[in-house]
Design a protein around this ligand. Structure first.
Ligand SMILES: [Fe+2]
Length: 307
């Protein structure tokens, strides 16, 4: 029963380009010879691992399961006839490896998640609530943009509803919301969870749409945006606010045609909350963005463009 998202592995034709991109994005590379792991500063956990490969594809994703549930989860998958794979030695040789109905490789592990270190509370002055008294609120231009954790990814699927059912029935994920009558489906984990940890977006082919990282504040997000643009990376969309998940967003195209997102202030749902999943029609995507609706190619699957 999935309780955390640990890391995403991509197979890509140019590892160095992704290493540069994510370093400029605020992350730290760990070079391992056959791969580069990008980590959040001060957090001892891989987040995006890049392997050299002939074409860009989602290599696998690693999720933590609730302690003591791995064996039961494996038995449930076997009973359901799900394809289980040998645990690859190069990836630690442990845990349960499976192929989901749309061909994505998923790794389940009981290894502990690094968790979230947490920052000092941000004091905001709002009408009638002056939480920051006698202190200047504006940071210096040197405020670093530091992704704190990989919060979620969105991947493409020809049938998001069907794939969501698989993750709900067999891996314990929970439905948070749908957009566009099943065009996109948003799932969270067991336990207290961000509104979405996995999103599924309709497209005939597999591929990564985006990976999303929590940053500490709107200032970090916007200063990061300016630095990414200065470094020559392509801004994709934002600053804006999503409806589904509520987070503020900034998107950039990575070297592979997928995107990396900074997020701030995502909805967080307690485990025992009776959360009502809704279908938001076309209105779930965003409330506003300073650059208007998403760009034409926002939902394009660049991973499907090459053979
Ligand atoms: Fe996102």
């Amino acid at each position: 029963m999935i309780s955390s998202f640990q890391h995403l592995s991509l197979s890509v034709p140019d590892v160095a380009a992704g290493r540069d991109f994510y370093r400029d994005f605020g992350m730290q590379p760990v070079d391992r010879g056959d791969s580069v792991a990008m980590r959040c500063v001060g957090r001892d956990q891989d987040q995006v691992v890049l392997f050299e490969g002939p074409r860009r594809e989602v290599h696998h994703r690693t999720y933590g399961v609730l302690p003591g549930t791995l064996a039961d989860t494996r038995r449930g998958l076997e009973r359901a006839g799900v394809e289980l794979l040998d645990a690859p030695v190069q990836h630690g040789g442990e845990g349960v490896w499976l192929r989901d109905p749309h061909g994505y490789v998923v790794h389940l592990t009981e290894r502990a998640d690094a968790g979230s270190a947490g920052d000092a509370r941000i004091a905001w002055n709002t009408p009638g609530h002056f939480e920051r008294l006698g202190d200047r609120g504006c940071p210096t231009p040197q405020l670093p943009t530091r992704p704190r954790r990989l919060g979620h990814i969105i991947v493409f699927s020809p049938d998001p509803d069907a794939l969501a059912r698989f993750y709900i029935e067999h891996l314990g994920m929970r439905l948070s919301d749908r957009v566009g009558d099943g065009f996109a489906v948003f799932l969270r984990t067991q336990g207290d969870s961000d509104h979405h940890v996995l999103g599924l977006l309709r497209n005939p082919q597999r591929g990564l749409h985006h990976a999303s990282f929590e940053v500490g504040s709107l200032d970090e997000m916007q200063l990061g945006m300016l630095r990414m643009q200065d470094a020559g990376h392509r801004h994709a969309w934002g600053l804006g606010r999503h409806v589904v998940g509520s987070n503020y967003f900034q998107y950039f195209r990575d070297p592979y045609g997928s995107m990396a997102e900074y997020f701030v202030d995502i909805d967080h749902i307690p485990a025992d909350q009776d959360w009502e999943a809704r279908d938001w029609g076309k209105d779930g995507m965003f409330l506003w963005s300073v650059d208007g609706p998403p760009p034409e190619d926002f939902a394009h699957n660049y991973y499907a463009d090459e053979g």
